[in-house]
Design a protein around this ligand. Structure first.
Ligand SMILES: Nc1ncnc2c1ncn2[C@@H]1O[C@H](COP(=O)(O)OP(=O)(O)OP(=O)(O)O)[C@@H](O)[C@H]1O
Length: 582
């Protein structure tokens, strides 16, 4: 299912508040069922009282009254059942809607901002928090009964006898106070609990990512302690929640029966005084039990407080600004001329790229080299707008990337990475996955170009093999990532260290496939290997986030500092001898 594009202007109000406007028919139906059930429950004591009075008075059996009581009981049960079914299904739909919308926001935002949250925390928000937040409209619609019943019961008591109602009102302030304290207490404890949960999720994801390192370093026990360290706080917040619940239940357990007793005692006295009849006493007893049922609101209030805390944790994601653009498209039939003008990137005040001026003529190849941490991946990210520079601009065929409509830009820029994320069910899906679904022929041709066809042929079902059943080495994963990029040719192809795990022979063949794109596609190849630099039309040499020099590899080779970049990779006396034949 395609993700809906997020709104062009991020909402400042809680995005989750807008949930209530989703599925209006279901929520209205839920509201009606809730209200219908409450009205039936409120009408029942009056009907019952009236029928009892007629029975006590003697004479013919009041069938109409008895039938009315049965009908009201059935109606109450039916409405309650319908509300339960509608509530569950609507909650599920709202959760799905909220998850889809939040995910769309994250995907549409600038990755650097979206990925500011640790993965585990992000996952916890997208799963548990969305479910908690999405339950709010349903809980609120269902809580109508929780409010309507005590209010209606009070009116019923007032109609029967003012003194009996006054007895109930005596305890009302205490009940309100009880509910208020409970709501505040659970909201605070719930938010703290969710924060501790997110921290555990984050640390667990980190540990799973680094499982091999942890195993190799034999630091499993330490890691175990680190992941579970917030557990003490989590348990404390959990205990706080249960303490608040416990206190509320304990107090209401004491207060509500006393209140009920008081109402019944006053009603009994009024019966003795002849102010009310037996039927009215029966009705008053039922109204009193409905009125003290306000205690059941605690569950709904607790759930609403949890929803509120969850919604607050989703707000920063729902208000992520989508990548701004001016709706521009690429210049038709242009060669892919790339220009970086005075590009600078900062992170937390640290310059990662500074004043980079670079021109890559359309259809040519550029190798980006430099020592580890010199900013090569930052440059690759900026060149295809995975990252917006903090200063300067990037233009493709004269069109600024930040002006181009993202979907159209994505069709023009293909990326391959050192550690590609493989998406899709089967191997074929993985290669076809992209701004458009590549056709089967294109998938096979791309796999051949990436030298992936050989190992794919050995898989049990070839291209139809489920990804989960395809054991892949690092180099094979890289080749699938390359094949995916080849299957979606645009005017710019960016390989960020995407050949690093290939053996020399495979790399040679892939490089030839890259060279075959000369004139049709501009290629940026981030690489550490000398051979990559030697084969490229030009080389951009980065040092500490600055462009130290650009030029042909053989020209740069004159500089000993440049040679030092490849110092452990010098296997031949001359740069051209080090490169494989073209
Ligand atoms: N998300 C980030 N937050 C802060 N600093 C970052 C971030 N990503 C990269 N850096 C820093 O930016 C600098 C350049 O990183 P970059 O990944 O571009 O280097 P590189 O030249 O590609 O290195 P390598 O060859 O090792 O892949 C490094 O010092 C790195 O620590």
């Amino acid at each position: 299912m395609p993700l809906p594009h997020p709104d062009p202007i991020p909402g400042t109000a809680s995005g989750t508040r807008r949930l209530a406007r989703q599925h209006p028919a279901a929520l209205t139906w839920l509201f009606l069922c809730s209200t219908g059930g409450a009205l039936a429950a409120l009408a029942l004591p009056a009907a019952l009282g009236h029928t009892v009075d007629r029975l006590v008075a003697g004479g013919p059996v009041p069938w109409s009254g008895l039938l009315l009581c049965a009908a009201l009981t059935l109606a109450e049960t039916g409405f309650d059942a319908a509300a339960a079914v509608t509530g569950t299904t609507t909650s599920a739909r709202l959760t799905a809607h909220l998850r889809t919308r939040t995910t769309a926001r994250i995907l549409a935002a600038e990755p650097r901002r979206a990925l500011a949250l640790p993965t585990g925390d992000l996952t916890a928000r997208l799963t548990a928090r969305t479910a908690d937040a999405a339950s709010a409209p349903v809980t609120a619609a269902g809580a109508v009964a929780g409010v309507l019943l005590p209010l209606g019961a009070l009116v019923g008591l007032l109609l029967i006898d003012v003194w009996t109602a006054a007895a109930l009102l005596l305890g009302a302030p205490l009940l309100v106070l009880l509910l208020r304290t409970f709501t505040r207490g659970t909201a605070d404890a719930g938010a703290d609990y969710q924060r501790a949960q997110s921290l555990i999720a984050h640390r667990l994801t980190e540990a799973l990512d680094g499982a091999d390192t942890i195993r190799a370093a034999r630091t499993g026990a330490r890691e175990h302690r680190r992941v579970l360290e917030p557990l003490t706080a989590l348990a404390e917040h959990g205990r706080r929640t249960w303490t608040v619940y416990g206190r509320a239940v304990g107090r209401s357990g004491l207060l509500l029966p006393l209140l009920m007793l008081l109402v019944l005692a006053v009603a009994g006295l009024r019966l003795g005084a002849g102010a009310i009849g037996v039927g009215e006493l029966v009705a008053a007893a039922r109204y009193a039990s409905l009125a003290v049922g306000i205690g059941s609101l605690t569950g709904a209030l607790g759930s609403l407080a949890r929803s509120r805390a969850a919604a607050q944790s989703l707000d920063p994601l729902l208000t992520l600004a989508p990548l701004p653009h001016r709706g521009l498209g690429p210049v038709p039939d242009a060669p892919g001329h790339l220009e970086l003008r005075d590009v600078g990137v900062e992170q937390d005040g640290q310059p990662l790229l500074t004043g980079v001026h670079l021109t890559v003529p359309g259809g040519t190849s550029l190798a980006v080299v430099g020592r580890s941490g010199s900013g090569k991946s930052q440059l690759a990210a900026v060149a295809g707008r995975l990252l917006d520079p903090d200063t300067g601009s990037v233009l493709l065929d004269g069109v600024p990337l930040d002006g181009m409509e993202p979907a159209r830009l994505r069709r023009e820029v293909a990326y391959a990475f050192a550690r590609p994320a493989l998406l899709g069910t089967t191997v074929e899906d993985t290669i076809a996955h992209g701004p458009w679904t590549a056709a089967p022929d294109a998938v096979r041709e791309a796999a051949r170009a990436a030298r992936a066809d050989g190992f794919l042929a050995l898989l049990p079902y070839g291209y139809a093999t489920p990804l989960a059943d395809a054991p892949l080495s690092g180099g094979e994963r890289q080749r699938l990532g390359l094949a995916r990029a080849f299957a979606h040719p645009g005017r710019l192809l960016i390989l960020d260290d995407a050949l690093s795990s290939l053996d020399t022979v495979t790399e040679h063949h892939v490089r030839r496939a890259l060279d075959a794109r000369a004139g049709r596609c501009t290629r940026i190849i981030v690489a550490h290997r000398l051979s990559s630099a030697a084969r490229a039309d030009r080389v951009a040499w980065l040092e500490d986030g600055r462009l130290r020099a650009t030029g042909r590899h053989d020209e740069l080779w004159e500089d000993p500092d440049y040679r030092a970049v490849f110092s452990t990779d010098i296997t031949a006396p001359s740069p051209l001898a080090a490169a494989e034949p073209r």
